[in-house]
Design a protein around this ligand. Structure first.
Ligand code: ADE
Ligand code: ZN
Length: 339
């Protein structure tokens, strides 16, 4: 089962590039940019990772990313993720980035996006991994700030495929950002929003995503299971959910395996993702392996989770079919090896 999971071609649709910043890289960048760190070694940084809910994670996440300053820093951040992703047989990724968390420190929007874009181009050429970028707005910032960043993105609009919404969800509902998401849709972008596990008013937030914002995907979304009418609507619209098992474990002390089983049974297009793999110490294969251990998923269910990711990826039908064929070929090859 382990090699079956590890070898399977995969898409990753919920990974924050800033959440892939490894402690060794934090150290290296701090030194290069002349910034002082509170920690004496990368292992001291890891020892300080003490998350039990969303805000306790976000505090550390935003503090650490302040070492990202130059275009080269953003290039390296993204390129290192792609190098790590191909080890897990990820063939396609739609990573997030959080521009507001950098512009607030004086970093230019173009510095961030040009560095990431260059890494995407090089990673496709050198590593064979394709990717499309999603720009997230920080929901604990104002609508005006989100709109200003959307304006900054306009000269680079061809470098992103969609917009998302992340950061602290408490009292920051989807509807707060309806105008900027509407604008993004008018520019042909796809829409997704975080509905993190067990947040205040979460079922209401999910309904706002589905009915008011009319998102194309939902990030996390575990709590949809609390409302059968909502589940019916999610199935009817074929809405994909990007679930992050190890990330969930920090909040609900479970990899949410039983919820993922239930979603597959209902026909919800659930997928498995790593979220912030450097902080949660688990990249995509680690998430699948931990999930399988907790939930005893069959090969068919693991395959369905991977198939769902290609099906809900924001690529055209030809590209989607090519990925699904790659997956089918892998399954045929592994079956042939067994019999
Ligand atoms: N930013 C980075 N990771 C996040 C998460 N899991 N939820 C909300 N905002 C985030
Ligand atoms: Zn996330």
């Amino acid at each position: 089962m382990q090699s079956f999971i590890e070898g399977m071609p995969k898409a990753e649709l919920h990974v924050h590039l800033e959440g892939t910043l490894e402690p060794e890289h934090i150290f290296e960048l701090a030194q290069r940019n002349g910034l002082k760190l509170e920690y004496a070694s990368p292992s001291e940084i890891v020892a300080a990772y003490d998350f039990h809910d969303l805000p306790s994670f976000l505090n550390i996440y935003y503090a650490a990313m302040s070492v990202l300053v130059t275009e080269q820093d953003f290039y390296e951040l993204a390129y290192k993720y792609f190098q790590r992703a191909v080890q897990d047989n990820i063939v396609y990724a739609e990573p997030f980035f959080d521009p507001q968390a950098h512009t607030c420190r004086g970093v230019q929007f173009s510095t961030i996006i040009n560095g990431i874009y260059r890494a995407q181009v090089d990673a496709e050429q050198n590593l064979g991994i394709k990717s499309q970028l999603i720009m997230c707005f920080l929901r604990d910032e104002s609508l005006e700030s989100a709109e200003a960043h959307f304006e900054m993105c306009l000269p680079h609009i061809n470098k992103i495929v969609g917009v998302g919404l992340d950061s602290d969800e408490k009292d920051n509902p989807p509807e707060k950002f309806a105008p900027v998401f509407l604008k993004a849709r008018e520019h042909g972008l796809k829409l997704t929003m975080h509905c993190d596990v067990n947040q205040k008013d979460i079922v209401g937030h999910l309904w706002q995503c589905v009915n008011d914002i009319q998102v194309d995907r939902i990030d996390h979304g575990i709590n949809a299971l609390e409302d059968s009418t909502l589940c019916d609507e999610i199935v009817k619209r074929g809405l994909g959910l990007t679930i992050c098992p190890v990330s969930n474990q920090f909040v609900v002390q479970s990899l949410t395996a039983s919820e993922i089983h239930e979603m597959l049974q209902l026909g919800i297009k659930a997928t498995v993702n790593s979220d912030d793999p450097s902080y949660f110490r688990a990249y995509l294969n680690d998430n699948f392996l931990a999930l399988q251990k907790e939930g005893a998923f069959s090969k068919e269910e693991i395959t369905q989770l991977c198939r769902n990711a290609f099906e809900i990826a924001w690529v055209d039908d030809a590209q989607k079919n090519a990925y699904l064929n790659t997956l089918d070929n892998y399954l045929q090859d592994t079956l042939r090896a067994v019999y």
